[in-house]
Ligand binder design. Structure first.
Ligand SMILES: [Zn+2]
Length: 433
């Protein structure tokens, strides 16, 4: 029997605001000189301590929602999610149940869009350390992370392969890093992943779901899909249904192991937090947050492709801020060297951490002496490229901006890379319009 993978992702991202989510304690769990120093009655869960929501964290959450194409709720609220675990001193986590700040977004992948169900705000738990002291096994607890602002992004079950999962997750990470609201460092745990996995025989939604938790790399996420696919297939082939449960991914053996049978939402006994009033999100506030949106990676990639950089290289550059700064500096100094710089950086032919953009350009000048800058030479070449590709011309006229990148690439191919990118672009724009 052949099956279709049906997977939804849950992504947790710790925000790097100055203070925690519901108190004034410093939010810096990774650099704290010792455990339990950034604490107060609120984040220690003392009776009677009152939480006050962090406005900047809410704005960052909405910013993420906007960048993921979400709608923003006009009224939102915080709820208590009850469960008992030593890292949760109150016995409940402040989260959002039925009125998240952001909902119904979408992120494109080359395998199809992944719809975003919701983006909501919650607080992180404290951190447990299991250790051995004087020969005894002990569990130590560090409250520096307790109540750090945590954004959760939940997707619809639109992921159908390990490759699509990796592409989607990288895209979300790059978007959030571009926003500057989180480091998304998977090793430290400021970005954490969960997968909801099931298999379908006919493409319809299956009647079971297995949750894989504690995934701390894109590769492990992809691996968990592959191993679960094989495990579910065997069970389904026997005419049985996999048990609805939570499993943990073990990187050392590349298997998942059962942790507990899945709680239903009702088990958390959600109810509105009576200590925090509902949050009214005005159109003006959303507009103000929207005005902070920087240029997003997909748009940056398109801009680089238009400048004649191949798409695969553009993707690498955009996901690395230091490389991107270098390219921006080269562009400012002299845009005609940008293609060469992109190629050399991606292929590790220049050490961008040692060679300054100025030095790099000086080293290239002689190589570029034979660039084609004469418009009367370039124009007929460009006209031929356009005449040879009528369907791409139609795409461009229908609004597909990346069609321009295709033409720049074709002109470069026809001139063995000697066409001046700036002039080629200018001519292309005028001939196409
Ligand atoms: Zn505190």
């Amino acid at each position: 029997m052949t099956y279709t993978l049906i997977c939804g992702a849950e992504i947790h991202v710790e925000l790097k605001t100055n203070s925690k989510m519901f108190c004034g304690c410093k939010n810096d769990p990774f650099h704290a000189p010792e455990p339990n120093i950034y604490t107060c009655p609120v984040c220690l869960g003392m009776p009677g301590a009152l939480p006050v929501a962090n406005k900047k964290a809410i704005e960052d959450c909405i910013l993420i929602g906007l960048a993921l194409g979400c709608k923003i709720a006009k009224v939102s609220k915080f709820d208590r999610k009850h469960y008992f675990y030593p890292d949760l001193p109150k016995g409940y986590q402040i989260s959002q149940y039925d009125e998240p700040f952001c909902f119904e977004g979408s992120v494109d992948t080359s395998f199809g869009p992944v719809r975003i169900t919701r983006v909501h705000m919650e607080e992180d738990t404290a951190k447990l350390h299991h250790d051995t002291v004087d020969g005894k096994k002990v569990s130590l607890i560090d409250f520096n992370r307790s109540s750090v602002p945590l954004v959760e992004i939940v997707t619809e079950p639109d992921i159908h392969s390990a490759e699509q999962a990796k592409e989607f997750l990288k895209k979300v990470r790059d978007i959030i890093r571009t926003l500057g609201v989180s480091d998304c460092d998977m090793e430290k745990g400021s970005m954490r992943l969960e997968a909801n996995i099931s298999l379908s025989k006919d493409g319809s939604l299956p009647n079971y779901k297995v949750e894989v938790k504690n995934i701390n790399s894109f590769r492990y996420f992809a691996n968990s899909l592959t191993t679960e696919f094989a495990r579910h297939s065997k069970i389904l082939d026997r005419g049985e249904t996999p048990i609805q449960e939570t499993r943990g991914y073990r990187a050392d053996t590349n298997i998942t192991v059962s942790q507990r049978t899945k709680e239903e939402a009702a088990d958390y006994r959600y109810f509105p937090d009576p200590d925090i009033p509902p949050i009214i999100v005005s159109d003006e506030w959303v507009a103000e947050i929207k005005s902070r949106l920087p240029e997003l990676p997909s748009s940056k990639i398109d801009s680089l492709v238009v400048l004649g950089i191949v798409e695969s290289a553009a993707k690498i550059l955009v996901s690395n801020q230091v490389m991107m700064n270098y390219i921006d500096q080269v562009k400012t100094l002299n845009s005609k060297y940008i293609q060469s710089a992109a190629k050399d950086i991606v292929n590790k032919k220049v050490d961008y951490t040692k060679v300054t953009p100025e030095e790099y350009i000086k080293s290239l000048k002689s190589k570029f002496a034979d660039k084609i800058t004469d418009e009367s030479v370039l124009k007929p070449i460009i006209e031929k490229v356009l005449a040879d590709n009528p369907s791409v011309v139609a795409d461009f006229k229908a609004g597909k901006q990346n069609a321009l990148g295709f033409f720049v690439g074709a002109v470069m191919k026809a001139t063995s890379g000697k066409a001046d990118a700036g002039i080629t672009n200018k001519l292309l724009q005028s001939l196409l319009n």
